[in-house]
Design a protein around this ligand. Structure first.
Ligand SMILES: C[S@@+](CC[C@H](N)C(=O)[O-])C[C@H]1O[C@@H](n2cnc3c(N)ncnc32)[C@H](O)[C@@H]1O
Length: 331
């Protein structure tokens, strides 16, 4: 069924041509990817429209995120350029920021609105944007040892520089880089015995300058509504409520993302469309999710190795869905 569909794909070398899903797969496979990629169109009701590779300028290189984050989309970042609206977009919104791998992989053309429910995370972003030098100086006094890790973990920070340094240090040296708090809201991830350098000053400085013009706020994803305008792009990477392929990592912090939250998210996507803006949503490959988010736009299924660790870890293959309206810009 999919083979009969015709897709328009902008080749890397600019020429546009009508192509098949096989060509789309090839186009998305550019770059060095460490995941197996299988694309299928699911319930596509019309051609995907214009999908186009967006080349990066020298100063718009993809950056490495400065944090490790459960559910991070590093693996997806390399495919994203081909899914962006061909005619460009205005402001960029990312309301489930986490480690920000997608934001750091693109250089938004205009203003970026970044947010997450995790206040400790967002305070770290704000501090890094405004005071990278002080944070790096602070981190350079830390040492990667079990004793030091637990002493930093048990302390609370006196100011936002210390807060950011502590957050980055614990993230880089903890077990698996997961963010987990106990019932009192205290970070309780054990030491990770990692030998890798925890202070990568260049990555921190580069991240800071890319964040310079970003509006960074903590709060629920519905805040997107406040600043959304026609032609904006919203990238949505919520925690996955349902397990896909009978595995999945569903706890990011002490609050779960419930089915009710997924329903709110579905309504937000209706709102985004009604404003004439674009969305790209990643979510678990599950019938409940398809029922909620099939808005008659493009749906892509991606398969990849599941490398998420932690308590509920399961290593193997998993599939995820990408829902988007970026290829149907003229609708
Ligand atoms: C899958 S992670 C995002 C990962 C990110 N895309 C990356 O590449 O690192 C989901 C994020 O959503 C946040 N979150 C959970 N519930 C939320 C809510 N109601 N509103 C906004 N953010 C929420 C979590 O704190 C977590 O950072």
């Amino acid at each position: 069924m999919c083979n009969e569909k015709r897709w328009f794909v902008g080749q890397r070398r600019r020429n546009q041509r009508q192509t098949t899903q096989k060509d789309l797969e090839d186009a998305l496979k550019f770059g060095d990817i460490n995941c197996e990629l299988i694309l299928k169109c699911v319930a596509v009701k019309k051609p995907a429209g214009d999908l186009c590779m967006q080349e990066f300028e020298q100063d718009e290189r993809p950056l490495k995120p400065f944090l490790r984050w459960a559910g991070g989309k590093n693996w997806f970042a390399k495919h994203l350029a081909s899914l962006l609206p061909r005619s460009g977009y205005r402001a960029y919104h990312e309301p489930f920021l986490g480690g920000g791998s997608i934001f750091f992989s693109i250089k938004p053309q205009e203003r970026a609105y970044l947010s997450d429910l995790n206040t400790e995370l967002i305070t770290t972003y704000q501090a890094l944007r405004d005071a990278p030098k002080e944070i790096i100086e602070h981190l350079s006094r830390y040492t990667n040892s079990e004793q030091f890790y637990y002493s930093i973990r048990s302390q609370s920070s006196k100011n936002w520089i210390e807060h950011a340094a502590r957050f980055i240090f614990l993230n880089q040296t903890s077990f698996n880089g997961i963010y987990r708090v106990n019932l009192k809201g205290k970070y309780n991830v054990p030491y990770g015995y990692r030998t890798k350098n925890f202070l990568e000053s260049q990555i921190l400085r580069a991240a800071s300058s890319r964040l310079k013009y970003a509006i960074i706020t903590d709060g629920d994803f519905e805040m997107v509504r406040e600043n959304l305008r026609e032609g904006d792009l919203v990238f949505l990477d919520p925690p996955y409520t349902t397990s896909h392929n009978n595995n999945g990592f569903i706890k990011y912090n002490h609050k779960l993302f419930s089915l009710r939250d997924q329903q709110r998210l579905s309504l937000l996507i209706d709102y985004i469309k009604s404003k004439g803006a674009y969305y790209i949503l990643t979510n678990a490959d599950h019938k409940i999710i398809t029922d909620l988010f099939d808005k008659g736009d493009t749906i892509i299924r991606l398969a990849r190795a599941n490398l998420i660790g932690g308590e509920h870890a399961a290593r193997g293959k998993t599939t995820e869905l990408i829902f988007m309206n970026t290829g149907v810009a003229s609708e």
